[in-house]
Design a protein around this ligand. Structure first.
Ligand SMILES: C[S@@+](CC[C@H](N)C(=O)[O-])C[C@H]1O[C@@H](n2cnc3c(N)ncnc32)[C@H](O)[C@@H]1O
Length: 280
């Protein structure tokens, strides 16, 4: 199930990602935002790494009926932006789980910076085999992360295991919408540190098979065309920083790969989904 080579690829991808803790801190400084007294509200424009910003995170919280007495798991939590958002705005306690140790460390530091570490904590681990006990969580959330995971069905089954009965899984991800030629798939896999993409039908089947009842099933493919076109422009604007931190080769590799990915979305080969399902 876990492929060490692929895990290494994912970790390297996020260790050299244009959006990172240092880049966030530099951007805050450039925007004249002091670190002293910083809140989640100040940080939320900088620390989210998914498609659709705070609006989609709020949408998932609403879909799941998130409230202060809920224990929430953020699956593949990155630098912890959504986890902090849920804790700050809903008052719930949140655990973030992520494969990449540097992401976990950044998430912890940013959470301490905004004084939310009493509500939010992070663990390093693989979402395909979560280092977590059964039936602990009311809600599991995931945003734009399963695309990196080879065995997406295993992640859904793990969510079913760690959720309480009646708990909710709410997530967004990329979907494959057409056949994709082998060479193009290789380019996409390299650009995104992925090995495959699920179709929306596969997600429906895996959710049902893991004991979930579907609550929300939304195709985000059209929305993603604009969101990702804007995101490509944002990454291009970070080019100088990416080059300074990780070298010219990584800047070019990132820009070429991301451009090909966005073109694949605009041309309808890849799209996106939002699924919300209850553990029954
Ligand atoms: C695009 S980021 C999303 C971060 C966060 N959900 C957000 O919206 O800000 C994807 C994250 O998935 C993590 N990831 C990839 N494969 C994973 C796995 N098998 N188990 C746990 N985390 C994984 C990566 O380390 C990365 O931090």
């Amino acid at each position: 199930m876990s492929d060490p080579d692929h895990q290494h690829t994912v970790v390297t991808y996020y260790d050299t990602h244009p959006i990172n803790e240092q880049q966030i801190l530099e951007k805050l400084e450039r925007d004249d935002i002091a670190l002293e007294g910083l809140t989640e509200r100040d940080l939320q424009a900088y620390d989210q790494d998914h498609y659709g910003g705070i609006e989609i995170t709020e949408q998932l919280a609403n879909d799941a009926g998130m409230a202060a007495d809920h224990r929430v798991l953020d699956v593949c939590s990155g630098m912890g932006g959504p986890a902090r958002y849920f804790a700050y705005h809903r008052g719930c306690s949140v655990m973030g789980l992520d494969l990449t140790a540097s992401r976990v460390a950044s998430a912890q530091r940013l959470t301490e910076l905004v004084g939310l570490d009493h509500l939010v904590d992070f663990r390093q681990g693989d979402a395909q085999a979560m280092p977590l006990d059964d039936a602990q969580f009311d809600i599991a959330i995931s945003q734009e992360a399963l695309l990196h995971v080879p065995d997406k069905r295993a992640v859904i089954e793990e969510c079913a295991r760690v959720l309480k009965l009646g708990g909710t899984l709410a997530f967004t991800d990329l979907t494959q919408r057409t056949d994709i030629a082998h060479d193009d798939m290789r380019l996409l896999s390299k650009a995104l540190a992925s090995v495959n993409f699920a179709t929306a039908d596969q997600y429906r089947e895996w959710l049902r098979g893991a004991g979930f009842e579907m609550m929300v099933d939304v195709d985000r493919s059209e929305d993603l065309k604009q969101i990702l076109t804007e995101r490509l422009a944002m990454y291009k604007s970070l080019g100088d920083q990416t080059r300074a931190r990780f070298g010219k080769g990584r800047e070019k590799e990132w820009e070429d790969g991301y451009s090909f990915f966005v073109e694949s979305v605009v041309r309808g080969r890849l799209g996106g989904c939002r699924f919300v399902a209850r553990r029954v």
